[in-house]
Design a binder for this molecule. Structure first.
Ligand code: NCD
Length: 304
């Protein structure tokens, strides 16, 4: 029985297989309609979500399975003081696989040790978000036809943005990948990620506050929201929230084949005027999230 807590638990070959499976599902959805008949997915969401939870649920329904769960901590026994371990031990008897989101870093890992069914980390605090990264990798591979030799700009809240942490960990394993880390000084990428991933692997990166300066070099621009819920005070949030707003004029010196990604939800970081630009991929990306989660559920449930 296997869980997915950190994207680095998957080998490159396994990621390739998941992407191939997701592409096959996109091409032949009817072949998958009964694959998870009589299987149940529990979505235990202790923190708000739209895409992640609904795409997991849609994924399980499209595989012919069923879904149970809760979408806020207040409606679960956590509100009575139950531990995560007890909750998942109980839910292991009700479902075949669990997707869990939690505001505390490490909670899904703790859950995976108590569960007797696979646990998928659907986002833990400001730490990791491996299924968003699988979504991002599927999107990049479909847009670019490869995952190697790419220059990736990640822009916005690199400190608290868990999607960025998992994306960097995943992309750093492909040959010829370079990063531009674009953020306000207060929201820089945590130094443990720079040390343990970028420097350790000798990966080329620049750290800057200036999006315009690096724009012409980018193959991928990954925009992120400033993570309001992780701030200690509202003043800092208000000062930093509009640090980067992507508008059409800022794309003037961008490459014609740039791909613009965003895990969503968007607040202000991308002007809606960009939505119709052929380089905007974020709504497609949200759709791909459903297919890659279907592929992941099949893998963890060991369905052929
Ligand atoms: C992201 C998250 O929850 O970390 N959303 C998502 O899962 N698509 C990004 C965010 O909330 O900013």
């Amino acid at each position: 029985m296997r869980s997915l807590i950190d994207i680095q638990e998957l080998s490159i070959q396994e990621i390739d297989e998941l992407i191939a499976r997701a592409n096959d599902i996109i091409a032949h959805p009817e072949a998958y309609r009964e694959k998870c008949r009589y299987k149940k997915l529990a979505t235990l969401f202790f923190e708000p979500s739209t895409r992640t939870r609904l795409s997991f649920e849609a994924a399980m329904y499209e595989l012919g399975g069923q879904v149970l769960g809760f979408s806020e901590a207040q409606s679960s026994s956590a509100a009575k003081g139950e531990s995560v371990s007890d909750t998942v031990r109980v839910v292991s008897g009700y479902a075949d696989i669990i997707a869990m989101r939690h505001p505390k870093e490490g909670a899904p890992l703790v859950a995976s040790r108590a569960a007797t069914v696979p646990v998928i980390n659907a986002g833990d605090g400001g730490h990791l978000h491996p299924t968003q990264t699988l979504t991002d990798l599927l999107t990049i591979s479909r847009e670019k036809g490869r995952l190697d030799h790419l220059t990736i700009g990640v822009c916005g809240d690199l400190k608290f943005g868990r999607t960025v942490h998992s994306l960097i960990a995943a992309m750093a394993r492909y040959e010829g990948v370079k990063f531009a880390l674009i953020s306000p000084a207060e929201l820089k990428l945590p130094s443990y990620i720079k040390k343990e991933i970028l420097q350790q692997k000798g990966i080329e990166y620049v750290q800057t506050t200036d999006l315009a300066a690096v724009m012409p070099t980018l193959d991928i621009l990954y925009m992120t929201r400033v993570q309001r819920e992780r701030f200690f005070n509202e003043e800092d949030y208000l000062r930093l929230k509009d640090s980067y707003i992507l508008t059409p004029d800022k794309l003037q010196n961008a490459r014609a084949d740039l791909s613009i990604l965003h895990p969503l939800p968007r607040v202000n970081e991308i002007a809606t005027a960009i939505d119709d630009d052929p380089r905007a991929c974020y709504f497609k990306q949200a759709l791909y999230g459903k297919y890659i989660r279907m592929a992941l559920i099949l893998k963890l449930l060991e369905v052929e």
